[in-house]
Design a protein around this ligand. Structure first.
Ligand code: ADP
Length: 631
């Protein structure tokens, strides 16, 4: 056994790279622990592999990785029982490989400010220890028979010291002598928090050994229970997370239990997808469809991204298509680079493929559900429609994948696919140009009188009251041929769907002109455009509408869609006087003009009232007038 005692200088052109590393990595210091524990896991996995291949014949023994800290001596230690390193290997792997990664990193990014995004790409792993430590010590004994243990120590300059050591157990201890600025890490809760964040699902058991716990310790003379404080070791991770298992071995309960493990306070998910891809990239994971209603902004950033069970981030933007960000769960892929910048992710071929794959899987799953049990799918629809609609709006391909089972819900709470719905309404709701007109309401309560008028004409009304429905409607019109979508209150029932034959007016042209002038005097508002129409006698005497076009333009202006000028325009309303209503005939018969105007005001106010548009002094006047009428 050769005794080693060596001092040396790490050959590198940049002097003192550590101040630079420290500066760059400032905001992310805590990842040092992730890097060191991942290295310990790798060393353990490599040893297991050697044993499986028959290249290591010794006992594997207990392979648990241990993380400890010592507040007094200001150290944090990560110990593994993996394959270890000989002195030569330390020189090779720690001095050269790890260092060259760090040096390359500094060379490339010393002038940039976003370097913290790029650490992982350069295998800066081991050297991230210097973000929190003045001195780092490596004590290691290789698995190889008769290997002499070695100790390496470096204070963050390019000088190192390498000596032999009397360590007898196989494996590696990395001891960090924590620097003055980083004493926050010498804290049980801080360290435990970091371990739980990054190492919760690492594939080798990790023990964090400094929890103090109160336990019962018999009774005293008076029979009172006594407690004592003991140090308890705890395994902080679940080395066999569900996504790494085979779907064939798993039951629904397992998926639900894992969901609770990830999101302790959430309602059960609706369903889930177990991802398992080997080619052309490696991807495992479980995506859950949560129960969401409208507050979907709050639910974002719920998907966790892992690389070989090491937690990377919960900001999965760019890896998961935007519309699937509302899903929950985990994605694990060694093909997603760690800690890389946004722009890098966006241009990464693997990331794009992964995103497309996830989209396809989600569409497949929806299709499977729709086919398997239509009734059940309908029950779930209200909860999942937000994903589907978001997908349809934002991704052409997704629309093609889901169009056959995208559902529309009407005011009767019946569900139809797009084709079913067109078939259903075609006979009644085709206009004279041959367009099928879909009618919808955004608020069944407020628009009730319009819904009733439409139903009187045997029209069907869809309920499209979701946050995304505005956009969804636009997309539908673009996708569906010869189909228009109109809100039920955008015109009087007769005009919503223009037919060849319109009901005839019972009024003569003279009478029409007369009644119009009465109403003009009664209303006297230029934003109200009056017209006498021949509506059904059972419709309301006066109907107020805002055209579909005007309303959509205004909605767009609100959303800032380049129609800003519309936002400042006054609302203009169509006022349709129902010439076929008996009340209109009554007004015409009235001899005194004042009386006529009074009655016209009353029916107009009733129309405003039915639309929730009658407020302030106008409402007070209406009530006073009504009192007089019934007096
Ligand atoms: P990376 O892990 O990306 O290769 P690191 O800088 O983290 O880069 O580590 C450099 C090398 O040092 C590793 O590839 C490995 O060979 C060796 N090494 C680091 N930690 C350990 C350990 N705990 N046990 C055995 N070898 C290790």
């Amino acid at each position: 056994m050769a005794e080693v005692s060596e001092k040396g200088s790490i050959s590198i052109h940049t002097e003192n790279i550590f101040p630079i590393i420290k500066k760059f990595l400032y905001s992310d210091h805590e990842i040092f622990l992730r890097e060191l524990v991942s290295n310990a896991v790798d060393a353990t996995q490599k040893l297991k592999k050697l044993a499986a291949l028959g290249d290591y014949a010794g006992e594997l023994g207990n392979l648990t990785i241990e993380v400890k800290f010592d507040k007094e001596n200001k150290t944090i230690t990560v110990s593994d029982r993996g394959l270890g390193m000989t002195a030569d290997e330390i020189k090779k792997y720690i001095n050269q490989i790890a260092f060259s990664g760090a040096a390359e990193f500094v060379e490339k990014f010393k002038d940039k400010t976003d370097a913290k995004d790029i650490i992982g790409k350069f295998g800066l792993g081991f050297y991230s220890a210097f973000m929190v430590a003045d001195k780092v010590e490596v004590i290691s004994k290789s698995y190889q028979t008769d290997a002499q243990a070695a100790r390496w120590i470096c204070d963050g300059s390019t000088e190192f010291e390498l000596t032999s050591h009397n360590k007898t157990e196989r494996g590696t201890d990395i001891i960090l002598h924590v620097n003055e600025d980083s004493t926050e890490f010498l804290d049980e809760y801080r360290l435990k928090g970091i371990l739980e964040k990054y190492c919760k699902f690492l594939p080798v058991e990790i023990k964090f050994g400094t929890q103090q716990e109160s336990v019962e310790d018999g009774v005293d003379k008076e029979g009172k229970p006594q407690t004592k404080t003991v140090t308890k070791d705890r395994i902080i991770n679940n080395p066999n997370p569900l996504w790494a298992k085979s779907p064939a071995d798993l039951k629904d309960e397992d998926y639900l239990a894992f969901y609770k493990e990830l999101y302790p306070f959430s309602e059960d998910p609706l369903f889930w997808i177990h991802l398992n891809v080997d080619y052309p990239f490696t991807l495992t994971g479980i995506l859950y469809f949560p129960k969401v209603k409208n507050d979907f902004e709050l639910q974002k950033n719920k998907i966790q991204l892992y690389s070989r069970q090491v937690f990377i981030t919960d900001e999965v933007k760019d890896v998961v298509p935007d519309f699937l960000m509302l899903l929950h769960g985990v994605i694990d892929s060694p093909d997603i680079p760690l800690n890389v910048s946004r722009s890098y992710l966006q241009s990464d071929g693997n990331v794009k493929k992964i995103s497309q794959h996830i989209t396809k899987k989600v569409a497949d799953k929806l299709q499977e559900l729709a086919k398997k049990d239509r009734k059940d799918f309908e029950k779930k629809w209200d909860d999942i429609s937000i994903f589907v609609k978001y997908g349809i709006i934002s991704d052409e391909k997704f629309y093609d994948r889901v169009k056959d089972f995208t559902l529309l819900k009407n005011t009767e709470k019946e569900y139809y696919t797009l084709t079913e719905y067109t078939e259903k309404v075609k006979p009644q709701q085709t206009d004279k140009e041959g367009n099928v007109i879909y009618l919808y309401t955004t608020d069944a309560g407020k628009q009730d009188s319009f819904i009733q008028s439409a139903k009187n004409k045997t029209y069907d009304v869809l309920l499209l009251d979701g946050v995304l429905d505005n956009h969804f409607i636009n997309t539908l019109e673009q996708k569906l041929e010869k189909t228009q979508v109109k809100r039920v209150d955008s015109d009087i029932a007769d005009k919503l769907i223009e037919k060849e034959i319109r009901p005839e007016s019972v009024l003569s042209a003279d009478e029409q002109a007369k009644i119009k002038s009465v109403f003009e005097k009664a209303i006297a508002n230029t934003n109200m455009q009056l017209a006498v129409e021949a509506l059904a006698p059972e419709d309301m005497p006066v109907v107020i509408t805002v055209s579909e076009f005007m309303r959509r333009m205004k909605d767009m202006a609100k959303l800032g869609g380049g129609y800003g000028f519309m936002g400042n325009m006054p609302d203009t309303y169509q006022v349709s006087i129902n010439g076929n209503h008996s009340l209109i005939a009554k007004i015409l018969k009235e001899e005194i003009e004042e009386k006529q105007i009074e009655l016209a005001k009353q029916v107009f106010d009733l129309a405003l009232l039915s639309q929730n548009m009658l407020t302030g002094p106008a409402l007070t006047q209406f009530i006073k007038r009504s009192v007089m009428f019934v007096h």
